[in-house]
Design a protein around this ligand. Structure first.
Ligand code: CMP
Length: 144
């Protein structure tokens, strides 16, 4: 953990997922997330294992490796871990920090509270999920 409450609010303002929220909403949701720093190489999600957090990247980059061998790179402002929170199934991919990272982490119960507090976040998560599905489908249809 690092930073004061006001610096946590400042972090939220840097992340597009939280764009357009009122000051009151930011204040409320900042209580729902923890700030963490991780070292390069840290595994943040493991395919096939249970996972109960959503991660939002504040700084640094991570690599998603799917069980079918695809590699997707994520960076500042991206989020991951939403799939297991939404459907309760195991992690669909392994996610590893490529460099030292700062992240906001939201637990399962807090995730649903977050979406209730700020419905615009649901829309952004759904839109990212749809884009990831289209991208995955396009990638698989290239395989002979
Ligand atoms: P989850 O399944 O909870 O844990 C692994 C995460 O990797 C997953 O949620 C997504 O956030 C992310 N992920 C899985 N597959 C892809 C993909 N094809 N493109 C981008 N991100 C992905």
């Amino acid at each position: 953990m690092w930073g004061s409450k006001s610096s946590k609010v400042a972090l939220f303002k840097k992340v597009p997922l939280f764009d357009g929220l009122t000051a009151g909403q930011v204040e409320q949701i900042s209580r729902l997330a923890d700030e963490i720093e991780v070292r390069e190489g840290r595994r943040l999600a493991t395919a096939g294992e249970t996972g109960r957090e959503l991660f939002v990247i504040v700084e640094g980059r991570a690599t998603v490796k799917t069980p079918r061998g695809r590699t997707i790179r994520l960076g500042r402002g991206d989020f991951f871990g939403e799939m297991s929170l939404i459907d309760g199934a195991v992690r669909s991919a392994t996610v590893t920090a490529d460099e030292p990272m700062k992240l906001l982490v939201v637990g399962q119960r807090e995730f649903w509270e977050l979406l209730n507090t700020a419905p615009s976040i649901s829309k952004k998560i759904m839109s990212t999920l749809a884009a990831r599905l289209r991208d995955a489908d396009a990638a698989y249809s290239k395989v002979p």
